[in-house]
Design a binder for this molecule. Structure first.
Ligand code: GDP
Ligand code: MN
Length: 398
């Protein structure tokens, strides 16, 4: 789960990272008022969306008067901000953060990520802040400093000092940098983050180290033990299909294709998407309905997949280990009777009670296309979608 910049800054500040003074606003009027409250004569107005690259996309504006703050906000609120990280549909701007502008001497990149190969938290830093890390690694790979943290002892002082030295920081700032690094690491560990990124971390004209931007992502599977993080979730920033799925406890990722997938098990769901592509189609989603899929759960999955208007065929692929094919078959039949499904549905069942499952499908009298192997199932789904296309797709009411 992602959170907003202002929320990440608040968390990091609680651990000891210095941030500029700022305030949140939900309207241009409130933003102008916030600027007055903050004082000073220059402010930065920042669109709060779950994506980077806002600066280049018009989501970060330097303002010299309260009137300019108001004006900048009028151009932001209600609009969709499209950055290279949002995709073409963009992300809605419903909150802005107003900050006292800071005179910048140097911009540093600082990131904490999970390095899967070493299975540790890795610190990535670069003296070339301001640019995106992808750009830095393409243009100035030699400027990148990497350091992995030994989890048994945590981030060590010498290790943090070494990073500060490698970045070429003024020695007078070393202690401040060490404090900043340790604070980020503690925030990362404490809240089961998967990513902390400060870009830019700046050295100010008066020689302080400030986080000018902040991004944090968290491990969804650990949110249950951090209710204070879970409540920061902002559905306005999520793909509505994925929000619906998360609310129903289903693991769903929306994609651009038109063959909807209902599968049990993440690995099998990945294999199903690959096989659909191999058969010449494009999957509309990743969906893992889990091990013990009850008929109700299967029906929920159908409703979710069909809520994507791009879906023109559905492939149900179940390998019943813990599950039973007859239960799944009952779920499919129930879903097809309850919902008005007028796209072709291909079902492939394997494993426990497969014969009973097949019988239930056959006896239902519903136009279910059956398949035995995964390849066959994918080919039939792609074939059914193509045929449907040539016949002209009808309107669908769900
Ligand atoms: P991003 O584009 O979404 O990563 O948004 P950032 O928060 O990183 O802002 C983009 C850029 O705006 C930064 O790289 C800075 O160069 C600039 N910026 C942000 N805040 C300030 C500030 O207080 N003073 C100055 N001079 N520039 C700022
Ligand atoms: Mn940034």
């Amino acid at each position: 789960m992602d959170i907003h910049e202002y929320q990440a800054k608040e968390i990091l500040a609680n651990f000891g990272v210095d941030v500029p003074s700022g305030a949140l606003a939900y309207s241009p009027e409130q933003a102008a008022y916030r600027a007055r409250e903050l004082g000073g004569d220059k402010w930065i107005v920042k669109a709060q969306v779950h994506a980077g690259g806002r600066g280049k996309a018009g989501g970060v504006k330097l303002c010299g008067t309260e009137h300019e703050v108001h004006e900048a906000c009028e151009n932001m609120f209600g609009r969709k901000l499209v950055t290279h990280q949002t995709g073409p549909e963009g992300k809605g701007i419903y909150r802005v953060y107003v900050e006292a502008a800071v005179p910048i001497d140097r911009e540093i990149y600082l990131g904490f990520v999970l390095d899967r190969s070493s299975q540790r938290v890795m610190i990535v830093a670069s003296s070339e802040g301001g640019m995106e890390i992808e750009e830095i690694s393409a243009q100035r790979p030699d400027s990148i400093v990497r350091s992995t943290v030994e989890p048994a002892v945590g981030l060590q002082e010498f290790q943090a000092r070494e990073i500060a030295f490698k970045l070429g920081l003024d020695p007078a700032l070393t202690q401040h940098m060490v404090r900043t690094l340790k604070a980020c690491y503690r925030a990362f560990r404490e809240f089961d983050a998967t990513m902390v990124e400060i870009n830019p971390l700046v050295v100010t004209g008066d020689n302080r180290i400030l986080a000018l931007d902040a991004k944090m992502s968290f491990d969804d599977n650990a949110l249950f033990r951090h209710p204070q993080i879970a409540e920061l979730r902002d559905k306005s920033q999520e793909d509505p299909r994925e929000s619906r799925a998360a609310d129903r406890g289903l693991s769903y990722v929306g994609l651009d294709g038109n063959i909807g997938c209902i599968v049990n098990g993440a690995g099998l769901a990945m294999a199903t998407m690959d096989t659909i592509k191999l058969a010449g189609g494009e999957p509309a989603n990743f969906l893992d309905i889990g091990g013990g899929a009850s008929p109700e759960r299967v029906a929920k999955a159908f409703r979710l997949v069909l809520s994507d208007s791009n879906v023109q065929a559905i492939l149900v692929n179940i390998f019943a280990g813990i599950n039973r094919c007859d239960w799944v078959a009952e779920g499919v039949v129930q879903a097809l009777r309850e919902l008005q499904v007028d796209v072709p549905v291909v079902v492939r069942l394997a494993g426990t009670n497969v014969e009973e499952g097949q019988k239930i499908l056959a006896k239902s009298g519903l136009p279910i296309i059956r398949a035995t192997t995964l390849m066959e199932a994918a080919e039939r789904a792609v074939g059914a979608w193509r045929q449907d296309l040539t016949q002209g797709t009808k309107m669908r009411a769900v």
